[in-house]
Structure formats: C-alpha cells, structure tokens
Design a protein around this ligand. Structure first.
Ligand SMILES: *[C@@H]1O[C@H](CO)[C@@H](O)[C@H](O)[C@H]1NC(C)=O
Ligand SMILES: *[C@@H]1O[C@H](CO)[C@@H](O)[C@H](O)[C@H]1NC(C)=O
Ligand SMILES: *[C@@H]1O[C@H](CO)[C@@H](O)[C@H](O)[C@H]1NC(C)=O
Ligand SMILES: *[C@@H]1O[C@H](CO)[C@@H](O)[C@H](O)[C@H]1NC(C)=O
Ligand SMILES: *[C@@H]1O[C@H](CO)[C@@H](O)[C@H](O)[C@H]1NC(C)=O
Ligand SMILES: *[C@@H]1O[C@H](CO)[C@@H](O)[C@H](O)[C@H]1NC(C)=O
Length: 299
C-alpha cells in the first residue's frame, strides 16, 4: 500500500516535467492577487503613468523575455519592445495619433485562475488629434504573470476596431465638413506628412529609408494602402503610423519599420491562416489543463 502510493506520487511529480512542461503552473495566485496584478497593469497603462513606464525603457511590469500578441498588429518579443508598444505608443497627447492617450478604464469582465487572468477592459482614450474626442476602446486580454508578479505573456484583442476606425474617419469628416472619402484622403495626407517629418528628423545616415521627403510622401500615399482594421502589422500606412511613434526612442531599430521595406514589422509575411495558426506562446493559456493539443504553443 505504502509502496504503490509512492509510485503514484512519483508518477505525478514526473509527469509535468515530461509532457506538462508547457502548462506547469509556476505560481498560484489568489483571485484577489490576480485582480490586483490586473489593475496594476491598467493603472500604469493610463496617461501620464505610462510616461514613467516608458522612461524605464524596460518596464519592470514585464519579464525580460515577455511574449506579447496584439490581434490588429502582430507579436512583440521582449520587455523593451513591449514597453515601447504598450506604454510609449499612447504617451504623447501632443503628437498626431489615432486614439490619443488613455485616461480611464473599467474592467467589465474578469476571470482568473493560477497565474492567468482573462479580462475585458473598456479604456477611454482622449483622441487629442481628433478634437479631444473621448473614445471608448474595448480591449480583451489574457495575461500570465510569473512568480514575481511580472507579465510573462499576454494576448490582446481590440474588439470592434473596424467600427472604431470608421468612427474616427467620420469625426474627421465632420470637422472638415467633408465626405468620408475626403476625410480618408485627409487622414492619409496627415499621417504621411507626420511620418515623413519624423523620418527626416530621426532617420539619418545609415538609418535613412527614403531619398527625400517627396519620395517618402509618394510611397506612403500611393504605393501602399491606408490599411484595414486588421492590417496594423502589415504593409500599410496605418502600420507605419504605429511604428512612427517609436522611431524617436530607437531610430536604428524602428526607422526600417516606417521605410519602404517595413523592416519585418510592416510586411505581408503571413496569410490569414498562418496568423491564426501561428505557434508562438511558450506556455499554454489552458490553466491547469492538458495543453497537448494547444496549437498556439511554440514547438
Ligand atoms: C497550482 O495549482 C494547481 C491546481 O491545483 C496544481 O496542480 C499546481 O501544482 C499548483 N502549482 C504550484 C506552484 O503550487
Ligand atoms: C533593456 O533590455 C534589453 C534586453 O534585455 C537590454 O539589451 C537593454 O540594455 C535594456 N535597457 C535598459 C536601459 O535597461
Ligand atoms: C519573436 O519570437 C518568436 C517565437 O520565439 C520568433 O519565432 C520570432 O521570430 C520572434 N520575432 C522577432 C521579430 O524577433
Ligand atoms: C484631453 O486632452 C486635452 C489636450 O491635452 C485636454 O485639454 C483635456 O483635458 C483632455 N481631456 C480629458 C478628459 O482628459
Ligand atoms: C459644408 O459643406 C456643404 C457642402 O459642401 C456646404 O453647403 C455647407 O455650407 C458647409 N458647411 C460649413 C459649416 O462649412
Ligand atoms: C527626390 O528624389 C527623387 C528620386 O531620387 C528625385 O527624382 C527627385 O527630384 C527628388 N526631389 C527633390 C525635391 O529633391
């Protein structure tokens, strides 16, 4: 009896390291602790707290090798990039941007277990480039924390983003007293002009991407599309608008993203099916369950 119990115990201890590696929970937080970790993230996401995170370069809210995915863009590896894209991108109310700065949030759905929380957060953005329009943005997230309370993986979805983009264009149409297509043209012109100015200021020497301002403008307005709601990580103007905000922080890294090549970030490197089936995460999101058939796990 004693022996067989020992064998079972040994078997239980052995199993996770062999075929449960990817879903071995490294820490179990209480529900209240996970709620606190979740709200700590969103508190720091708001402006101006996000400015402090950005200044840290590698936000301590992330593990150094954090993995992140945002449905409308693509995957982001490591704390430095994730600090730039989650905090830096939304931290300057005076710079042209689509949604502006986040000023408030409300968590409307939350469930948590082990070291994972799934939440829906409605974030109010102050769209400072669109007449300080207060824009509610619904962000669905899955977040996984390590034993030190740092985010080691996240997966974010911008719900109803196509509707949001159309709403911004409509707001612009109203402000210029024009049609939707005139507003789209105005937005294209505005974004291209801003990106080319940023290029001229920061992308010099080895980092230069365009011969001059007119080749830049022509490329951005004629050679590539503005982009659809799911194309912020593809070869589009909207993708370059996202990356334009990052150029000032690290021109060598980000100048190629706003250039003609798109530098691996604004490129059409995936089909729809490849995006959906991408094996990316190191750890499964299936809390405590079997991850053997989780097709999103990296090999
Ligand atoms: C966390 O809880 C799960 C389910 O109860 C358990 O299998 C696992 O061993 C726990 N992990 C730790 C680190 O305590
Ligand atoms: C941020 O992290 C990266 C990668 O780990 C490292 O190369 C870089 O030096 C760090 N920067 C700062 C300012 O800590
Ligand atoms: C990000 O990480 C994934 C998985 O480790 C890897 O396949 C991909 O090449 C990385 N992307 C970049 C741009 O480093
Ligand atoms: C939105 O931003 C503008 C310009 O920075 C500011 O004057 C206004 O108070 C902000 N509104 C809110 C609700 O934060
Ligand atoms: C808006 O445009 C319409 C049609 O072009 C014009 O009739 C109207 O006077 C304009 N309104 C304002 C406030 O400029
Ligand atoms: C910009 O570069 C293009 C291509 O080299 C050239 O044809 C054009 O004359 C240049 N424009 C200006 C304003 O320098």
């Amino acid at each position: 009896m004693y022996l067989s119990w020992a064998v079972i115990a040994a078997g239980l201890a052995w199993a996770p390291t062999v075929w449960g590696f990817n879903h071995a929970t490294t820490v179990n937080y209480t529900y209240q602790e996970l709620w606190k970790l979740e709200t700590t993230f969103w508190d720091n996401f708001l402006y101006p707290a996000n400015v402090q995170q950005m200044l840290a370069i590698n936000s301590t809210l992330f593990t150094p090798d954090v993995q992140g995915r945002v449905d409308i863009t693509r995957v982001f590896n490591g704390s430095e990039l994730n600090t730039e894209y989650l905090f830096g991108l939304f931290s300057d109310p005076d710079h042209l941007s689509l949604v502006g700065v986040p000023v408030a949030y409300s968590i409307t759905q939350f469930s948590a277990n082990g070291n994972i929380a799934s939440a829906t957060t409605v974030v109010t953005f102050n769209a400072t480039s669109f007449g300080n329009l207060l824009l509610p943005v619904t962000i669905d997230t899955w977040i996984m924390w390590d034993a030190e309370g740092r985010i080691e993986q996240y997966d974010a979805t911008f719900r109803w983003f196509g509707f949001l983009l159309d709403t911004l264009v409509e707001a612009l149409a109203t402000s210029i007293n024009g049609t939707t297509s005139q507003a789209t043209a105005a937005l294209t012109q505005l974004l291209a002009t801003t990106i080319c100015a940023t290029h001229d200021q920061y992308c010099t020497g080895d980092n230069q991407q365009y011969t001059n301002a007119s080749t830049c403008y022509d490329f951005l307005t004629q050679d590539i599309p503005l982009g659809k709601d799911y194309e912020l990580g593809r070869n589009t103007l909207l993708c370059r608008e996202v990356h334009e905000h990052m150029v000032q922080y690290d021109p060598a890294l980000h100048c190629p993203h706003i250039g003609p090549t798109g530098g691996d970030y604004c490129v059409n490197d995936q089909t729809y099916a490849q995006k959906v089936l991408q094996k990316y995460f190191r750890k499964s999101w299936i809390a405590g369950g079997s991850s053997d058939e989780d097709i999103w796990l990296a090999d």
